[in-house]
Structure formats: structure tokens, C-alpha cells
Design a protein around this ligand. Structure first.
Ligand SMILES: C[S@@+](CC[C@H](N)C(=O)[O-])C[C@H]1O[C@@H](n2cnc3c(N)ncnc32)[C@H](O)[C@@H]1O
Length: 205
């Protein structure tokens, strides 16, 4: 991610957050408890939405510019947090280490989505919860999907490898997770090419 993009990220996202994204984050994270890992934590947009029952929080962010924004936010937070620089493809914890793993707006950007999902599954305890919130391919509208396909190569270059046409729901199922809840909804105030989202929880069997 470009340094300037990391610095501007929260400002760029502010309209979408106010349009409903912030509330989605809150309602997904509020039920969590115990030991939690967030991958691709970015600037820490989720940080203040973790409830008190989360006793240990590890935030992983591989991009140094995003991580420096994250560290700034962590310094001003009430949570005790460990920040690490690991990518989701290579999570440096033993299997079954966490009660929950969180990924919000991350699986669009990772280099190897299948490998990241396998790592998430590995570090979750049996019965543990994977919390996801991701923009995805707009399969219900062929015109938008066509635009997503056209724009994707350029978009990836300017948006830190963000893909517009990933079928993340299929990939989560293919990794062996079972959905506990999943919502398909347009993200208010977002451009059409990133508006289609999925959010919910999937259980590690
Ligand atoms: C659009 S930002 C989302 C940030 C934050 N999760 C949020 O909800 O606002 C995507 C983030 O994914 C991170 N990322 C990219 N590739 C990654 C990977 N392979 N593993 C983990 N995170 C990655 C980026 O550095 C960036 O911080």
C-alpha cells in the first residue's frame, strides 16, 4: 500500500463507515470473547469495537505503512493488544490458538486467498468462530460484474492488490467452514464496483 493511501485510508472510508459499515463492524465483533486474532487489521478500524470479554487481542498487519497507522491507534486505546507484521498466509501461532479470527475487507487483497483461509482454520480451535466482512463479485447484476472485471487489473494496482471479482463465500465453504450466519447486502455509499458484500460468521468444525 502506498504511504499516502495508508495515511488517507480512514478519511477515504469515513462516508462508508457512517453509511453503515461501522455498525456492521460493531454487531459482528460485539459477541466475541476470549483470545482473538485479526488479520489485515489495517489502521485499526475494528479496534474500539472489541468488547471487554475479549481477553487477548492480536492484530496482524503486514503492510508497514498501514501498521504504523495501526500502532498509533493502538497507543491511544484501552485494549491490551499485540501487533505483529505477519501476512495471513503465514500466521506464526500453533494450531487451535484462538477462539475467534476476524477478517474485514482483507480477503479481497491477500495474495493467496485459499492459503489464508487454511491458516485461519488451522489457528482456530474446533468450534471457534471466523468473522468475515468482505466485498465480493456482484453476481446478481451482469452489468456491474462486467465493470468489475474490466476495472480489476487497474484497481489492483492502485488499491493494494484489492480484487473486485472474488467468490469469497465459495472459498470459505471450500476450506471446510460451516456458516453460522451470512448476510448479502450492498454497502451504502460505496462505489458500485465494491458495493456487494458478505458478512457473518463461520464455524471451524
Ligand atoms: C482494505 S484494507 C482493510 C483494513 C481493515 N481490515 C479494515 O477493515 O478497514 C486491506 C488490508 O489487508 C492487508 N493485507 C494485504 N495483503 C494481506 C495478506 N496477505 N495478509 C494479511 N493482510 C493483508 C493490507 O495491508 C490492508 O491493511
Amino acid at each position: 500500500m502506498l504511504k499516502v493511501a495508508a495515511r488517507l485510508y480512514d478519511r477515504i472510508m469515513s462516508g462508508v463507515e457512517e453509511g453503515g459499515l461501522a455498525e456492521w463492524r460493531r454487531s459482528l465483533l460485539d459477541p466475541l470473547s476470549g483470545r482473538v486474532l485479526e488479520i489485515g487489521a489495517g489502521t485499526g478500524a475494528n479496534l474500539d469495537r472489541y468488547p471487554e470479554q475479549v481477553t487477548e487481542l492480536v492484530l496482524a498487519e503486514p503492510d508497514r505503512h498501514m501498521r504504523s497507522q495501526l500502532l498509533r491507534r493502538v497507543a491511544g486505546s484501552e485494549h491490551t493488544v499485540e501487533v505483529i507484521g505477519s501476512a495471513g498466509e503465514d500466521i506464526p501461532f500453533p494450531e487451535a490458538s484462538f477462539d475467534a479470527v476476524v477478517a474485514t475487507l482483507v480477503l479481497c487483497s491477500v495474495a493467496d486467498q485459499g492459503a489464508v483461509l487454511r491458516e485461519i482454520r488451522r489457528v482456530l480451535r474446533p468450534g471457534g468462530v471466523f468473522v468475515f466482512l468482505e466485498h465480493v463479485a456482484c453476481v446478481n447484476d451482469p452489468d456491474t460484474l462486467r465493470w468489475q472485471r474490466r476495472i480489476e487489473p487497474l484497481w489492483r494496482l492502485v488499491s493494494g492488490n484489492c480484487h473486485l471479482t472474488r467468490s469469497t463465500e465459495v472459498a470459505i465453504t471450500a476450506t471446510g467452514f460451516v456458516f453460522d450466519s451470512i448476510e448479502h447486502e450492498g454497502m451504502s455509499r460505496a462505489p458500485a464496483i465494491v458495493r456487494s458484500t458478505i458478512r457473518g460468521t463461520a464455524i471451524r468444525q
